[in-house]
Ligand binder design. Structure first.
Ligand code: 13P
Length: 260
């Protein structure tokens, strides 16, 4: 069923856990993500990267994810991730995304703030949940001035593969959590030890974004399944159902660390 992203995160927080948000480049992965969420009875977020959204079939993928979310037995939100292009944001919301991470974090504090207010203006009258990303301590003022519904923090977490052992600044995370009353979001969760993730959930992180670990699991499945299929009857259906199942298992595995 369709659900607001902030509601999914707040509901997870009320159960001492964070909701999972998983990047979906395709439908087979999304089937696996929704199957895993259904299995554990938890709300989940289907993330679409801005590069996927900007492809010619990006809006069609979002529309399909929207249909999958609407038909799911658990709350599902479709979110455009890390978007800074206002035209793309409008197009993808039109296609069915119900949340956007409006990301002006590379544009400095004022640029970030201005971008969110512009996005808000473009999306006026639409029920769209906005997430912002900010690493600095002025979080309370930022949340108040932008009116965002969720705040992604930058406390030593990075997207992709960590070089060396990841070190998160838990004190800074606690300070941000104490200053704002919107759910916090942790990006770059791939490669973080389970204990580190649990600590962030205990601090008030209500949504955790995962991409690389899920992508790698799917690619590893394809590396083994594709040659076997090519040697046999080229059974693409079997490869695709295996793809969804590997995504489901990976999501179940990482979500175990999302409870404080
Ligand atoms: P990872 O690729 O490190 O899991 O990060 C995903 C993410 O934060 C998407 O917004």
């Amino acid at each position: 069923m369709r659900a607001r992203l902030d509601t999914i995160a707040r509901s997870a927080l009320s159960q001492d856990r964070a909701a999972g948000a998983f990047t979906c480049y395709d439908l087979a992965t999304a089937y696996g993500v929704v199957d895993a969420a259904t299995e554990v009875g938890q709300g989940v977020v289907l993330l679409v990267s801005p590069s996927t959204a900007a492809r010619p079939h990006g809006p069609h993928l979002v529309r399909s994810l929207r249909a999958l979310a609407d038909d799911a037995a658990v709350p599902v939100s479709v979110q455009l991730d890390h978007a800074s292009d206002l035209d793309l944001i409008e197009r993808i919301v039109e296609a069915g995304a119900d949340a956007v991470l409006v990301d002006g974090s590379k544009q400095g504090y004022d640029g970030n703030l201005a971008l969110i207010l512009q996005a808000r203006e473009r999306l006026a009258g639409r029920d769209v949940v906005l997430e912002a990303e900010l690493g600095r301590i002025e979080a309370a003022e930022f949340v108040e001035r932008t009116g965002v519904d969720l705040l992604a923090v930058s406390v030593g977490n990075v997207h992709g593969t960590y070089v060396g052992d990841p070190v998160l600044d838990h004190d800074r995370l606690d300070a941000v959590a104490a200053a704002v009353d919107v759910p916090l979001v942790l990006h770059g969760a791939s490669g973080l030890p389970a204990d580190t993730i649990r600590r962030t959930v205990a601090s008030g992180v209500g949504k955790i974004n995962v991409n690389t670990e899920l992508r790698r699991a799917v690619l590893q499945h394809l590396a083994t399944a594709a040659p076997v299929a090519l040697d046999g009857g080229a059974n693409l259906e079997k490869v695709l159902s295996g793809w969804a199942d590997v995504a489901r298992q990976q999501v179940l595995q990482v979500m175990r660390a999302f409870t404080a």
